[in-house]
Write a protein that binds this ligand. Structure first.
Ligand code: TYD
Ligand code: MG
Length: 450
């Protein structure tokens, strides 16, 4: 009861069409379309074994028992550990350290659980060399060097581990398909099969996928809806810091981050991340803000350099905050502080290039700019929190209490915040000096007096 059906799939963006085109209708790339034969199953084939719907009150809600990755930072990003039967996609640029972190984790997990590490990119010897570098203790980790999907599935079924790792999805292939490993069709087909395997056998699966900076390799992107959790491993080649960031999580909150450092013997968690993004020097052009990242608060420096311009259009560049945000802040300063900035270049960089998405960093950016412009250091040992409204008011920030607590923990003495809704001053008496302000002008007068 099956018939063959042809579809044409763009290997760049994954768009499906029913006929061949020389140029993809969606992403406009040339010669990227490949024909695929799908076998169409009859609609009535599976009806005999079909399941029935059940009333909600008959479903027992047993608590999910997660197991730890061995890294607190990794567990947090996953929402508290690995959920049995779930599929996690770990994406990142080549060379960022994906294989390293999973091998370290696999070593730690295998002390308590059965773990299988499938290496499709490296030989057994290469993994062993890395393993020795990482000082791992476990002796129970199983390793399998294979690129053929059906052999991988067979081995996973035979071994029935609690946790399996596929390193990487671009290197494995399904023999039944003609397209080459790493192509969108292969990546999607292999992941779909692995996903079914994980769900049917209650095996937690971690799939590694390479993504380039501009997302050019569309493969893993097209997988995001298939898996339960998507995590990105970020960092740059210059600094040794690495960030795990959850993009999607069916079992926890998103935008949670975990911070690591790449050392000679693998990745190490950073327990006090605020310390690596701040310098605690009181110099002009630098302020500290406290930003919200998932469920935690982090102190990050904001540096500004404001110089007279030699260009007809002043230069504005940012590292760590969005350029549009900077333009908006500059416009607010012009209008509501009354300082003309059109004759000045303005460069902004966050401490360690940390990407800040919390709008409450606006006030810190504005004070840094004015501090650099006037060449006056801001109020000593201080931190600035508040989103700038277009009319110059300082708007309230989420999790303000927790941000103040983080500032206290770091030994900051002064904090400039939006008007408080609850009475917090008493709670922090003698710990920190809280200055409530309602607009940018007030903040400038308070923090940048000569
Ligand atoms: P790797 O995990 O192979 O990256 P990916 O799997 O994401 O492609 O990491 C490769 C880089 O990490 C490589 O440049 C060497 C570096 N590295 C260390 O600095 N210390 C270590 O202990 C290990 C194993 C790798
Ligand atoms: Mg690798």
């Amino acid at each position: 009861m099956s018939s063959k059906l042809s579809t044409f799939i763009c290997q760049n963006c994954g768009t499906e069409t029913s006929q061949y085109f020389g140029k993809c209708l969606n992403c406009n790339s040339w010669n990227s379309i490949v024909e695929e034969i799908k076998s169409k199953r009859s609609k009535f084939q599976d009806t005999k074994n079909s399941k029935k719907s059940v009333p909600f009150n008959e479903i027992s809600s047993k608590k999910i028992s997660r197991f730890t990755t061995g890294f607190k930072e990794f567990d947090r990003v996953l929402g508290g550990g690995i959920v049995p039967g779930s599929v996690v996609l770990l994406g990142g640029e080549p060379g960022i350290g994906k294989s390293t972190i999973v091998l370290q984790s696999a070593g730690k997990i295998s002390v308590h659980e059965k773990v299988l590490y499938v290496t499709a990119e490296e030989s057994l010897e290469q993994v062993k060399i890395r393993w020795e570098r990482l000082n791992q203790k476990s002796i129970d980790l199983r390793i399998f060097a294979e690129t053929n999907l059906s052999l991988i599935i067979e081995e996973i079924k035979r071994l029935n581990p609690s946790f399996a790792i596929i390193d990487s999805i671009q290197a494995i292939h399904n023999n039944e398909m003609q397209s080459s490993p790493g192509s969108v069709s292969q990546v999607r087909a292999c992941s779909a099969e692995l996903q079914n395997l994980a769900k049917d056998n209650n095996i937690a699966l971690l799939i590694i996928g390479h993504v380039t900076k501009d997302g050019a390799l569309a493969g893993p992107k097209t997988l995001e809806h298939l898996v339960d959790t998507v995590i990105n491993f970020e960092g740059d080649n210059i600094s040794s810091h690495r960030l795990l960031r959850s993009i999607k999580n069916r079992f926890g909150s998103t935008f949670e981050i975990g911070i690591f450092e790449m050392l000679e013997d693998g990745l190490r968690e950073i327990k006090n991340p605020s310390s690596i993004f701040t310098n605690k020097e009181n110099i002009s052009g630098v302020t500290t803000t406290i930003t919200n990242e998932g469920s935690r608060q982090l102190a990050v420096d904001i540096q500004a350099l404001v110089n007279k311009t030699f260009y007809s259009n002043p230069r504005r560049t940012t590292t760590g905050i969005s350029i549009n945000r900077l333009h908006q802040i500059l416009a607010v300063i012009e209008k509501h502080v009354g300082i003309k900035l059109s004759e000045f270049d303005c460069y902004i960089a966050t401490g360690g290039g940390f990407e800040i998405n919390d709008p409450s960093s606006d006030l810190g950016v504005a004070i840094s700019i004015l501090s650099s412009l006037k060449n006056i250091p801001p109020l000593a040992n201080s931190s600035f929190i508040g989103e700038l409204g277009l009319s110059g008011q300082v708007r309230k920030s989420n999790n303000l209490r927790k941000k103040i607590e983080e500032a206290v923990r770091l030994g900051i003495r002064n904090i400039v915040v939006p008007k408080l809704e609850e009475e917090l001053n008493n709670n922090f008496k003698n710990l920190i000096n809280i200055k409530e302000i309602s607009n940018i002008k007030e903040a400038v007068n308070y923090s940048l007096s000569e």
